[in-house]
Design a protein around this ligand. Structure first.
Ligand code: NAP
Length: 322
């Protein structure tokens, strides 16, 4: 619990995976004195109240932001402009407004025009998530040791940027700052194109006539299973991401297609050296990610096995006394 809350009143517009995780983490850290929240549907608002995600569940976006000194918009990227138009006239002077959208150029373009000069708009993207959505999917540790990227406009108030950075650090995140355009290119290759590949490969397997659905499911251990996890991500969120980051995704997809064609050529011509060199390079990238603490080196990728129904195997290689 921090000694003194950094914010008096946090308003969360949207309480799905990201919004509800922020609510839970803010409660745990004490970084805001009170939380107001809302969602589009009455059903989600009711669930948020049952889960006690906020001190107040408001019936509208406009009502939620009343008196808030920090507002975080946690809705699909395609909704951000409409939400900004709704809340703009009701924001308190001096309030910081942010978002969590996975695309930044489009969000900046769609939201900024709705805020008056006395409001500090600092877009952000916590690079943390799961394939689950909705208020039940959130958990307070989601942002711990993950990165949160801030993309403040050039004229942004430095104090507002620092206060928002302090907010994310209190939730356990590391904070970095870059331009919205750069963010969208980087995330296109690290997140958006990988999701597109996962959606494609799972869709292709599903379309195959000579492999039944049950075989695809049964033999999914060989790499396919990890793609299915990614391809289970929320359809609304990801539709919006691809529509909003069209340029970044198409740029990186162009490069990817060229590299894939080169790989296909190496396989066709039996160029094992080219394959080996690439796979050696990619293995080093994986090691780097694990060393930076951004993933687990566990061989089961977070799917612990139940204990084997066997006595421990003899270990002829064990040292004496081990
Ligand atoms: P989610 O679980 O589907 O939750 C979305 C929330 O937004 C729901 O509470 C929804 O309410 C609400 N909402 C939608 N339109 C609204 C509107 N017009 N007014 C008020 N509330 C509205 O989505 P999420 O995964 O938390 O993603 C939210 C944002 O975070 C997206 O922009 C996404 O790009 C970004 N993000 C996601 C991840 C991830 O892995 N999921 C990671 C980083 C960033 P209802 O339930 O009533 O529809």
């Amino acid at each position: 619990m921090s000694e003194k809350p950094l914010f008096e009143r946090l308003a969360l517009i949207g309480v799905g995976l990201i919004g509800s995780s922020i609510a839970r983490a803010v409660r745990a850290s004490g970084i805001a004195r009170s939380i107001a929240a809302t969602a589009k549907s009455a059903a989600t608002r009711k669930r948020a109240a049952e889960l006690k995600l906020a001190d107040e569940i408001a019936d509208s976006n406009a009502a939620a932001v009343a008196g808030a000194d920090l507002v975080i918009v946690c809705v699909p990227v395609g909704q951000c402009g409409a939400v900004a138009a709704e809340i703009g006239p009701h924001l308190r002077k001096g309030a910081i407004v942010s978002d969590v959208g996975s695309v930044k150029t489009a969000v900046l373009r769609d939201m900024a025009p709705h805020f008056s000069a006395g409001v500090h708009f600092v877009p952000a993207h916590p690079v943390a998530g799961t394939e689950h959505s909705g208020p039940d999917a959130g958990f307070p540790e989601l942002f711990v040791d993950r990165w949160c990227i801030l993309t403040p406009p050039e004229a942004a108030d430095a104090d507002a940027v620092e206060r928002l950075s302090a907010f994310w650090r209190a939730l356990g995140a590391n904070v970095d700052t870059m331009s919205a355009e750069h963010h969208d290119l980087v995330l296109a290759i690290t997140s958006h194109v990988p999701h597109l590949i996962a959606y494609t490969i799972v869709g292709t397997a599903d379309d195959l006539q000579n492999v039944t659905r049950s075989e695809v499911m049964k033999f999914s251990a060989g790499g396919f299973r990890d793609f299915t996890r990614i391809a289970a991500s929320d359809p609304t969120m990801w539709r919006d991401v691809f529509l909003a980051n069209r340029d970044g995704v198409l740029e990186m997809l162009g490069r990817f297609n060229e590299d894939l064609a080169a790989l296909a050529k190496a396989i066709r011509w039996g160029d094992g050296e080219a394959l080996f060199d690439l796979f050696t390079r990619t293995r080093a990238i994986r090691r780097g990610i694990v060393e930076l603490g951004q993933d687990s080196p566990a061989p089961d990728f977070g799917r612990p096995h139940p204990p084997l129904p066997l006595a421990p195997l003899p270990r002829p290689y064990a040292a004496d006394g081990e």
